[in-house]
Design a protein around this ligand. Structure first.
Ligand code: ZN
Length: 309
């Protein structure tokens, strides 16, 4: 069936519902999806029906089109178009202006990285909110899969919450480094990105909201892991509250003093940490400090660390 025929077919279905949609409008949209965005024809048909059904919500045409949602754990092929029912698990800071949002989506079967491109002009996804996200493309890099949200993607918030099966991990080791970007940071009130010199990559000049975090490096004797402590965990870890960090910074006229104070507390100490695994970070949800290692053990760990860093 060519796109012209398909467009006629869709038009006829809408007519049965008492809705008139010009064939040319339908065909144009089909063309764009199939040729510009390489959407499979069946998916393009669903997308177009859903689009025009939304313009005429009372007729209920959309309910006839059943959408098939993929499970994250089943994603094993590159460059295919899928639909997902997911919750936003984590938002990261985009490292390029061409990226509107980047982070992790989760469903019952696991989590996957997503990238939402700026030129797609999609609605901003909120942390913790569940969505139906249709027409995303699977990507693969170094054996890890991700999904790309693009101009053809359709995002609709869900009322119910999607349960997320997380990959939890527990490790024990010494914190051997605290990375830059730790300590007292300011976040954009709109998108939660960390603001650099009062400037959000997406929203320009903003008056940021203070937050605390520690981006640590934990060495268990065999491998090093990037571990991220959020504000609550950072306050417990370092004993330095957000208020105290702000006071320190104001007194010294330097935002970095909080990070220095935190380094002084945590480097060389031994912890058992538990958290949610993302491709790069272990997002700490709980931890306990372990008895101090003796001087020789600390020395050995730090020496190994210096060899690697
Ligand atoms: Zn922003």
């Amino acid at each position: 069936m060519d796109l012209r025929e398909l467009a006629e077919d869709i038009r006829a279905r809408f007519l049965e519902q008492g809705v008139t949609v010009p064939t040319s409008d339908i065909e144009q949209r089909l063309n764009s999806l199939v040729y510009d965005f390489k959407v499979p024809i069946e998916e393009a048909r669903r997308s177009v029906v859903s689009y025009f059904a939304k313009l005429h919500p009372k007729e209920g045409v959309a309910s006839e089109t059943e959408v098939i949602y993929a499970k994250i754990a089943d994603i094993n092929t590159e460059d295919i178009w899928i639909n997902l029912r997911v919750r936003v698990v984590q938002l990261w800071e985009p490292n390029s202006p061409s990226i509107a949002q980047v982070g992790l989506l989760g469903d019952e079967t696991g989590t996957i990285k997503f990238t939402s491109w700026s030129n797609a002009n999609l609605p901003i996804l909120r942390d913790g909110q569940s969505y139906s996200i249709r027409n995303v493309v699977t990507k693969s890099w170094q054996g890890r899969f991700s999904v790309s949200l693009n101009k053809a993607s359709e995002i609709a918030p869900l009322d119910e919450e999607v349960a997320v099966g997380r990959a939890e991990e527990e490790i024990s080791g010494a914190i051997i480094d605290v990375q830059s970007g730790s300590g007292l940071v300011k976040r954009c009130p709109e998108c939660n990105r960390v603001v650099v010199k009062g400037h959000c990559a997406e929203h320009g000049e903003v008056s940021g909201v203070y937050d605390l975090r520690v981006k640590g490096v934990l060495d268990n004797g065999e491998i090093v892991s990037d571990v991220l402590f959020n504000r609550e965990m950072t306050e417990r870890l370092t004993g330095i509250t957000l208020e105290a960090a702000k006071e320190m910074a104001m007194e010294a006229l330097d935002q970095n003093v909080a990070a220095d104070a935190m380094k002084a507390v945590v480097i060389g100490r031994y912890y058992r940490v538990r958290g949610n695994k993302t491709p790069r970070w272990l997002l700490i949800t709980d931890f306990e400090e372990l008895p101090k290692m003796d001087e020789d053990e600390i020395d050995a760990v730090l020496k190994r660390a210096q060899g690697r860093l």
